[in-house]
Design a protein around this ligand. Structure first.
Ligand code: G1P
Ligand code: ZN
Length: 543
């Protein structure tokens, strides 16, 4: 088996976004597309000679083929070893865990997260560094630069490698270790949570339903919830991963996981329900008759994490992405914890976690996690909730209401305008940015503006600066509107408008969020002219 050097040319547009490179699957399947990008990853990582990597993905269409290509390329470039999930499958948090626990030099995760899968849908490739987290901008910039100059890549000619059974094989002089994707992850969860207590709570009649959305968490949830915690056999739904996620969007929110929301709002509601996304890093939390927004979930977890053994010593600090509601900040203030505000994207939490400045962090986009790995982690959030519920013995709704009564409620919603014309969306953002300096002190939709700026982040650990991270406009009384363009979409532009308003009046904590946010929704339209720019009367998705 001799390595071949294949001539190629740079392909335009291989710029990693919020979370790796995401494109239409057909684009990734095009000549040299995947290979060019993988070669650029090697360059961005400073080469792979002698290194050990982890490889896995969410099982979407092309996952298996891409894995074979990446293995051949790693072998041809002199990698010492690749640890691969069985059938090339690993959830994103499980991959992060393996990268860390095996002391490797990083890994490649094949996923487009919650985007649909299939030949006409999306695919993605992401590089994680030795800390187990998504590569920071410095590395993704190097990767992007390399995609612009790549002229050849190295690949081994060989038959497909059998990834169907755990064990060790060789490809040229590179070792390949195929591992069960669930075992190490489940063991890690047992170190963080009181499995006995959760098991007893479930035995006592507390009913749990988890929707794996035909995606990667099926086998993880079956092992942990059913086998180890004794939830009934019907507790895990849509548990078999499929390459096109059953034709749906594996996105755990009230739109794409509507059947689960209907279930908890209906007569046969379980006590607790949850869902996760394509690659297992997102979560949605529901209780009987109630949906918990990700921002509220993060705040509740921060307030109660000490009830789980892994966090009994308290939290070092917490962090949230800028658009995430400031419900977390209220908990941090009450508990005397540092609370950091980072740009959108998990990669910005990595330094804070590595430096021990924070223990818990999250994003409004259904991502919550802790220092146990360097990715957000859907099942981890489910287990932390279950541990808290088992200890407190209250319902999800009572815990949430109690939380609002204690800390106040940050009404919150995100309005997405999808697939809009990219030029129009950019022009709208530029127009808004140009007007920012004059907005302070103005009154819009009856509310006075206290601050208006484009968010930039100075990393407190390595001093790096990230600019142009969204527009935020703060109003008197705690109202806030944030505008951002998505960095994960594959078609046109997606405008995200994040709306928040604070309520501390005990009699007004149970309102419908869209109604409670009507003033901020008006303000957003007045400030940005969303309708005119997008040509839409209403958002495509409201979460
Ligand atoms: C979206 C979310 C963001 C998350 C990312 C990856 O990015 O908004 O919070 O980190 O997916 O899961 P966006 O499309 O907004 O750039
Ligand atoms: Zn995901």
């Amino acid at each position: 088996m001799t390595p071949m050097t294949v001539e190629t040319q740079p392909i335009e547009g291989q710029k990693p976004g919020t979370s790796g490179l995401r494109k239409k699957t057909r684009v990734f399947m095009g000549p040299h597309y995947l290979e060019n990008f993988v070669q650029a990853i090697w360059a961005g990582a400073g080469g792979v000679r002698g290194k050990t990597l982890v490889l896995g993905g969410d099982g979407r269409y092309f996952n298996d083929r891409a894995a074979q290509v990446i293995l051949r390329m790693a072998a041809a470039s002199g990698a010492a070893k690749v640890i691969v999930g069985q059938n090339a499958i690993l959830s994103t948090p499980a991959a992060s865990n393996l990268i860390r626990s095996r002391g490797t030099d990083g890994g490649i995760i094949m996923s487009a997260s919650h985007n649909p899968g299939g030949p006409e849908e999306d695919f993605g490739v992401k590089f994680n560094t030795p800390n187990g987290g998504p590569a920071p901008e410095e590395v993704t910039n190097r990767i992007f630069e390399a995609t612009k100059t790549v002229t050849s890549y190295d690949i081994l000619e060989s038959q497909d490698i059998d990834l169907t059974r755990p064990g060790t094989t060789a490809l040229g002089s590179m070792e390949i270790e195929v591992v069960d994707p669930v075992t190490d992850y489940a063991a890690l969860m047992e170190t963080l949570f009181d499995f006995d207590r959760i098991r007893d709570h479930l035995k006592g009649g507390f009913r749990v339903v988890f929707d794996a959305m035909h995606a990667v968490t099926g086998p993880y949830a079956a092992e942990i919830l059913i086998k180890r915690l004794g939830a009934g056999g019907d507790a895990v739904r849509n548990a078999v991963p499929s390459p096109d996620f059953g034709g749906g969007h594996p996105d755990p929110n009230p739109i794409w996981a509507k059947p689960l929301v209907d279930l908890v709002m209906g007569p046969d509601a379980p006590d607790f329900a949850a869902a996760s996304d394509g690659d297992g890093d997102r979560n949605m939390i529901l209780g009987r008759g109630i949906y918990v927004t990700p921002s509220d979930s993060l705040a509740v977890l921060a307030a109660n994490a000490h009830l789980a053994p892994g966090y009994a010593g308290g939290l070092a600090g917490v962090a949230r992405s800028m658009p995430t509601s400031r419900a977390l900040d209220r908990v941090a203030e009450a508990k005397g914890l540092s609370c950091y505000e980072t740009p959108t994207g998990w990669k910005f939490f990595g330094n804070l976690l590595d430096a021990g400045k924070i223990t818990l962090c999250g994003e409004e986009s259904a991502g919550t996690g802790s220092d146990h790995v360097r990715e957000k982690d859907g099942l981890w959030a489910v287990l932390l909730w279950l541990n808290i519920l088992a200890v407190r013995g209250e319902s999800v709704a009572d815990i949430l209401k109690g939380h609002w009564a204690e800390y106040g409620r940050n009404y919150y919603s995100r309005h997405d305008f999808e697939g809009v014309d990219a030029d129009a969306a950019n022009a709208m953002m530029e127009g808004l940015i140009a007007r920012l300096p004059g907005l302070e002190g103005e009154t819009v939709a009856g509310r006075k503006i206290e601050m208006a700026e484009e968010f930039a982040y100075d990393d407190p650990v390595d001093g790096s600066r990230s600019e142009h991270q969204g527009v935020r406009i703060g109003f008197e009384g705690g109202g806030r509107v944030v505008f951002r363009l998505s960095g994960t979409g594959t078609v046109g532009a997606t405008l995200r408008v994040y709306l928040e308003d604070v309520e501390t009046d005990a009699g007004a904590l149970g309102r419908d969020p869209q109604e409670a946010l009507a003033g901020m929704i008006d303000a957003a339209e007045t400030l940005a002219g969303i309708r005119a720019a997008t040509g839409r009367d209403a958002p495509d998705v409201i979460t």
